[in-house]
Design a protein around this ligand. Sequence first.
Ligand code: MG
Ligand code: MG
Length: 261
Amino acid sequence: MIHLRTAEEMDVMARGGAIIAGLLEELPAHIRPGISTASIDAFCERYITSHEGAVPAFKGLYGFAGSVCISLNQEVVHGIPSPKRILVEGDIVSVDVGVRLDGWCSDSAWTYPVGEVSEAANALLRVTERALDAAVEAAVAGRHVGDIGAAVVKTVEGTGYGIIKELVGHGVGRDVHEEPQVPNIGRPGHGPLLRVGMVLAIEPMLSAGSPGIRTLRDGWTVVTVDGALTAHFEHTVGITAQGPLILTALPRPVGAGSRSE
Ligand code: MG
Ligand code: MG
């Protein structure tokens, strides 16, 4: 069942989402060669729980051990933080964060360069972020879930990158993962109708090689079969009468006005 949320419920998710946005903005100052993924996890947990009532939504979810998922290079998602996993100059690292606040969830992910990275890695990050932007813009009431995936496909066309098809975005609400599934491929006008009140985690995942994936023996970490670099960007987005509203963004400063470009 696809739930429709009130503006008040979206406001709570936006408060949790702003905690994630603040964390994702602070992470670049923390991410550097030589630190472990466990130390990033501890930083994230401290940051989240320093906000009254907020807890890391992924901790214990389906038995996950970390507070956040941290995936390096060829790892797509669900990397388990570890003190033995040390960042190296040139890595790219994706940090996927869920927050539960007052019973409502928000979900966002970002992929960061570690020190100086290759031009190929930078290009992958840029295109994946652009795919997220395009997908969010397509989340308009009256259109369909397939329009979101189609926007990802259109952005990626001609780049040679693979779209990870076996992993999808999802509804977000009382639970982190709700209906509907939000694939990163699709056809305009196909799939469930987008309606005011739907809240979706939109999360393109791209591979610099082929899109095939497999899960490591740890039962969690999903990697590209060919070992190609991957990137993952995600926002939780509310569908409103005024258009898509990113709930995992920092609140705009009062008086700042809207961006005009
Ligand atoms: Mg996520
Ligand atoms: Mg998600």
